[in-house]
Design a protein around this ligand. Structure first.
Ligand code: AMP
Length: 288
């Protein structure tokens, strides 16, 4: 595996791989790898013969009061993990390589960005995500790009981006990876002290409780969300949002019919955590 810092080096490596008849898979990340990142690399490795993992803590998707400077960073450990997963290139640029002096373009996507994390964090967040991912697609020109369902809204934003800008890349969604007690893996879990770590399990338990009532036949969104809210209340967690929305376009759902996303964000201790479950209205099966 090679760690590359410049766009020119990545382009040359990708050109060489393509000349050898390889397909290119991209896994965009902010590093601080955990077991939730690994399936994305494995899926890319399984589908594509040349795998690029980007490691870039993208400043433009963090607000002024967010955790950009505190965000966990350990490039040496990340590189060892990526190498063990058979990654070909770790692209770890400096911010100035991505945002040189004079950089003046921001991609803003309407609709799916206006709710959930877009509303709670502010429009800058998905503007930053869409802009940096569009740049990575422009730099790597991958055949496929791999994202985690943990950031379900992010996947919808990226799907909108590639449709609207005619970017020729297949978007692959990978399931949420959880700790043994159900907490969704996140680089931000390192912020949790032991009490907060215990409290954080309520997020997935709340989503499970909602899935259970849906599984039992409940179709009313208010009742489904209430089942989740009761668990959060019990745990002393006041969510930033807890909402049932269309899994296709995040419009509000009043009655669970087809597939809906139950999404939650909450501050637990000093971490801001998100989680979600997909609920299926048609077949009374509920799953994460
Ligand atoms: P991050 O480094 O947190 O920006 O995440 C990089 C990619 O890994 C994103 O596509 C995330 O959705 C995905 N990811 C992070 N945590 C998990 C998880 N627990 N399960 C599945 N995918 C994840």
């Amino acid at each position: 595996m090679r760690t590359l810092r410049t766009i020119a080096e990545v382009r040359a490596a990708v050109r060489e791989a393509r000349a050898a008849g390889k397909t290119v898979g991209l896994v965009p990340t902010m590093g601080a790898f955990h077991a939730g990142h690994v399936p994305l690399m494995r899926e890319a490795r399984a589908n594509d013969s040349f795998v690029v993992v980007s490691l870039f803590v993208n400043p433009t998707q963090f607000g002024p009061s967010e955790d950009l400077s505190a965000y966990p960073r350990d490039e040496a450990r990340d590189a060892a993990l990526a190498e063990a997963e058979g990654v070909d290139v770790l692209f770890a640029p400096d911010p100035a390589e991505i945002y040189p002096d004079g950089f003046a373009t921001t991609i803003h996507i309407d609709g799916v960005t206006a709710v959930l994390d877009g509303a709670a964090r502010g429009a800058f967040h998905f503007d930053g995500v869409a802009t940096v991912v569009a740049k990575l697609f422009g730099i790597v020109a991958p055949d496929a790009a791999y994202f985690g369902q943990k950031d379900a809204q992010q996947i919808l934003v990226i799907r909108r981006l590639v449709r609207d800008l005619n970017i020729d890349v297949r978007i692959v969604a990978c399931p949420i990876v959880r700790e043994a007690d159900g907490l969704a893996m996140s680089s931000r879990n390192v912020y949790l002290d032991p009490d907060a770590r215990r409290q954080a399990t309520a997020l997935n338990r709340a989503l499970d409780a909602a899935a259970a009532v849906a599984y039992a036949g409940e179709r009313d969104a208010v009742a489904i969300v209430a089942a989740a809210r009761a668990v959060l209340d019990d745990a002393g967690i006041a969510p930033e949002y807890l909402e049932l929305r269309s899994a296709d376009d995040l419009t509000p759902v009043a009655t669970l019919e087809t597939e809906a996303l139950l999404a939650v964000a909450a501050r637990v201790g000093s971490a801001r955590l998100i989680d979600n479950h997909l609920l299926h209205g048609t077949d009374t099966r509920a799953s994460a």
